[in-house]
Design a protein around this ligand. Structure first.
Ligand SMILES: [Zn+2]
Length: 158
């Protein structure tokens, strides 16, 4: 496996921050660092999230349906509630996967941005906005304040 991320890599489409690293092997190293930073947190989060959702949510759904059935005095809803519980159980892993991928991506993006900022590349850690040419230390996209010394780096690069 090549230890570099080329310009035409699909990863760059997913993580536009990578384009700011000009050297392909540099890019790879930054991505590795980002992955390493989140790994244990990600798995902890995944474990807590999945166990919570797979155990607690179906239980709550079942409880809700039992109460609803009693409230409406409609025991024939039993088969309907089984379908609802089944659908919920099927959807939960999908929702978990979706949320985790999203969080995972956010984490990597933030790490890549922080690495860029540490190297003096002006980029907003919060939203990824390219801060080159900014005169005030505040992101025009999301309003987050940033280190004024980046403006200085900015001028030196121009
Ligand atoms: Zn921003």
């Amino acid at each position: 496996m090549k230890r570099e991320i080329r310009d035409n890599s699909r990863l760059i489409k997913r993580f536009p921050e990578l384009a700011f690293f000009s050297d392909p092997s540099d890019r790879y190293a930054a991505f590795r660092t980002a992955m390493r930073e989140i790994r244990w947190r990600y798995f902890l989060l995944a474990a807590v999230f999945s166990s919570m959702s797979c155990l607690v949510v179906p239980y709550l759904v079942r409880l809700l349906l039992v109460h609803l059935r009693a409230l409406l005095n409609a025991p024939h809803l039993h088969s309907v509630s089984r379908v609802v519980v089944g659908v919920c159980n099927g959807l939960i892993p999908l929702v978990i996967a979706f949320v985790l991928v999203h969080l995972f991506r956010k984490r990597i993006q933030r790490s890549l941005r922080s690495q860029l900022v540490a190297r003096g590349t002006p980029i907003c850690v919060e939203c990824g906005y390219d801060l080159r040419g900014q005169l005030e230390p505040r992101c025009p996209e999301c309003g987050k304040a940033f280190d004024p010394s980046l403006i200085q780096c900015n001028r030196e690069q121009q």
